[in-house]
Design a protein around this ligand. Structure first.
Ligand SMILES: NC(=O)C1=CN([C@@H]2O[C@H](COP(=O)(O)OP(=O)(O)OC[C@H]3O[C@@H](n4cnc5c(N)ncnc54)[C@H](OP(=O)(O)O)[C@@H]3O)[C@@H](O)[C@H]2O)C=CC1
Ligand SMILES: CC(C)CCC[C@@H](C)[C@H]1CC[C@H]2C3=C(CC[C@]12C)[C@@]1(C)CCC(=O)C[C@@H]1CC3
Length: 332
């Protein structure tokens, strides 16, 4: 029986490249692409089928920043499939990004420039806002919508003959100091993106602890710095194009400058080929590209405290309970 692979955020960037690359690896998979609306789904499906005419590609529509939409799509997926082999939790946002170029300059003087250029530590801030569910938008879209999706799909992911896999697109920008248990939605600070990605790392660690014995395995990946709609909202396209020769040079020192969505999907595709039992739950798998353009994957230990992860998971379960009570009419 063919493997079923669900990809969120499939309409562009890393998600779209990942879909194309998965079909190059195994043309027999059933690929289910999750996009925000049916125009995007159809356009994405057409693009994928143009390159892989024989591929089995289906579509679902979901707004991950809208809990009613997440509950509806989970119900639809439960009706459509008996099992999901891989779920790539890839959709993500970074609204209103702001780059602090002075910080980069200081980094040059203090010898921290390379670290800043690869992690954006101390370089980027964002302005977040509340969404229609009363949650911080970045937390809701990048993490909580995906968390509810996974929990609602448990019957398709657990207890199958073969293990099922969750692969979260995290980031090198995930940072403990941007996250706090008392403000886990990051309502007070200006690093909501960094906080949401650290929360993603914590969640993956706990999901492994809770679900490995039921055959569900979770991993986190970082695609590296990729030119996509997300980065084109940070600096204009023409400026990135002008900076390209500098970034190719930086790549000799910073292997995470993958720069294209195809390269950025390297770790996602590599994980598709690995046995889950061979993976380390405390490692983030980074897509890397060498100075000469060769792609590879680098595992790096994550900076996560397992006790904090467990406490955070309990908070997610509380929020989940509130959500399910609020939307009880949408549950079967
Ligand atoms: N680009 C980079 O340098 C890096 C990116 N990442 C992560 O990689 C992932 C992919 O980003 P990337 O490809 O670069 O960026 P893109 O903006 O190109 O892709 C983001 C995808 O997420 C979808 N999406 C956004 N919001 C929602 C929502 N509310 N509901 C459903 N789908 C949504 C977008 O859909 P739509 O087309 O409708 O907007 C799009 O398909 C993200 O999680 C990002 O945080 C991590 C490290 C570096
Ligand atoms: C010469 C150029 C490379 C200068 C570019 C300066 C900044 C715009 C970039 C330096 C580090 C980058 C970075 C990201 C965005 C752009 C930078 C801040 C991300 C935050 C994009 C999204 C992520 O998930 C992680 C990236 C880390 C590095």
């Amino acid at each position: 029986m063919e493997r079923v692979v669900l990809v969120t955020g499939a309409s562009g960037g890393v998600g779209l490249a990942l879909c194309q690359r998965l079909l190059e690896e195994d043309g027999r998979i059933h690929l289910c692409i999750a996009c925000r609306n049916d125009q995007k789904s159809e356009a994405t499906r057409d693009l994928i089928l143009a390159a892989h005419p024989a591929a089995q590609v289906s579509t679902v529509e979901v707004d991950l920043g809208n809990l009613a939409s997440v509950l509806r799509v989970a119900q639809e997926l439960r009706c459509r499939f008996q099992r999901l082999d891989f779920v790539y939790l890839n959709a993500g946002i970074m609204p209103n990004p702001h780059v602090n170029f002075k910080a980069l300059w200081r980094g040059l003087l203090t010898g921290k420039l390379l670290h800043m250029l690869t992690t954006a530590e101390g370089v980027m801030t964002q302005t977040d806002r509340l969404n229609g569910d009363g949650l911080q938008e970045v937390f809701a879209t990048n993490l909580f919508g995906h968390f509810i999706l996974v929990r609602q799909l448990e019957s398709l992911l657990c207890g199958n003959e073969k293990p099922s896999r969750l692969i979260w697109t995290s980031s090198s920008n995930a940072r403990e100091s941007a996250f706090s248990l008392s403000d886990y939605q990051h309502a007070k600070g200006q690093e909501s993106y960094s906080s949401s990605k650290y929360a993603t790392d914590l969640t993956s660690v706990v999901l492994n602890r809770k679900f490995n014995n039921q055959g569900l395995y979770s991993s986190v990946v970082c695609p590296g710095l990729v030119m996509s709609n997300m980065t084109y909202r940070i600096l204009p396209v023409f400026l990135w194009k002008l900076l390209m020769p500098i970034m190719w040079l930086i790549r000799f020192f910073a292997k995470t400058y993958t720069l294209t969505p195809h390269n950025g999907a390297e770790a996602h595709v590599w994980l598709f080929k690995q046995k889950p039992e061979s993976l380390d739950a405390l490692v983030k798998y980074h897509s890397c590209t060498s100075g000469l353009g060769k792609n590879y994957v680098e595992p790096r230990k994550m900076d996560v405290d397992e006790e904090t992860a467990e406490k955070f998971y309990q908070k997610l379960l509380e929020l989940e309970k509130e959500t399910l009570e609020k939307y009880s009419d949408l549950l079967d």
